[in-house]
Design a protein around this ligand. Structure first.
Ligand code: ZN
Ligand code: FE
Length: 261
């Protein structure tokens, strides 16, 4: 089992640290450098590689400064607007990192950005901004259908797989989850559990694929109740990808309550 530590960064990002042998560490999506440098200093660790899920600033913003201190490889999907990648990856690549007792399979997951990837290993996935606790990433590039397929692919991982996403959003994504499915007791329970964790300042990430399948509206688009409700609001085509696209539109119109933390 990998030892993985969250490094909170920016407003609500997690930079994940994957611990290797001999006090080495690999980090995922360093949106800023200082919290990583402080984490390395205070724990006596040495950085050996950087993994990148996608090129948004809150995921790559710290890479240049970190590489000024540690001249380490940066893995990720190459893209003209991502100057940071030294070791390009693509679908089905297998990545073994020095000192890390696991191998990662690369999955291309378009739908947030076209060049978004995830790092998949038995028991864990680093999924960036595709799947959040009870929510999903914004569809900035590509089609809603691509985002739907990317989410479905993650949902196909074994139930016990831990999802290490890049943001602490669960407390307010759950507001829409409750709104979209008011009589789902698993969602209400998750809301209570999440409030308790956040009140104690603890992360709600990682979470399991099983919990997402039970509570994440974006993984629950085959529910008859949802399809009926969307049809009453003009949905003509009840294919899962169309239901998903309609759910995204509904979500975007939903007024999130004020950020509760
Ligand atoms: Zn992003
Ligand atoms: Fe992000």
């Amino acid at each position: 089992m990998l030892k993985i530590t969250p490094i909170p960064a920016l407003e609500d990002n997690y930079i994940w640290a994957i611990h290797g042998q001999s006090d080495t560490v690999v980090i995922v999506d360093p949106g800023e450098a200082e919290p990583v440098l402080e984490f390395l200093r205070s724990n006596g660790l040495r950085l050996t590689a950087i993994l990148c899920t996608h090129r948004h600033r809150d995921h790559v913003g710290g890479i240049a400064e970190l590489r000024g201190v540690y001249n380490v490889p940066v893995y990720g999907r190459s893209h003209p607007n991502n100057p940071h990648i030294t070791h390009p990856l693509q679908e089905q690549d297998r990545l073994a990192l020095q000192g890390i007792p696991a191998e990662f399979e690369i999955w291309e997951l378009p739908g947030h950005l076209v060049d978004h990837i995830a790092y998949v290993t038995p028991g864990a996935v680093f999924s960036g901004d595709i799947l959040f606790g009870a929510g999903c990433g914004k569809n900035f590039e590509g089609t809603p259908e691509q985002l739907y397929r990317s989410l479905q692919r993650l949902a196909g991982l074994p139930d016990e797989t831990l999802v290490y996403c890049a943001h602490e959003y669960t407390e307010y994504t759950l507001a829409f989850a409750v709104h979209s499915e008011p009589d789902n007791t698993a969602i209400r329970q998750r809301m209570a559990d999440t409030r308790e964790l956040r009140a104690e300042g603890r992360p709600t990430v990682p979470f399991t694929i099983a919990l997402e399948k039970a509570t994440n509206p974006f993984l629950r688009v085959d529910r008859a109740g949802l399809i009926e409700m969307l049809e009453a609001h003009g949905l003509a085509d009840d294919s899962p990808a169309s239901v998903f696209a309609a759910l995204l539109r509904w979500h975007d119109q939903f007024r999130l309550p004020r950020k509760p933390f």
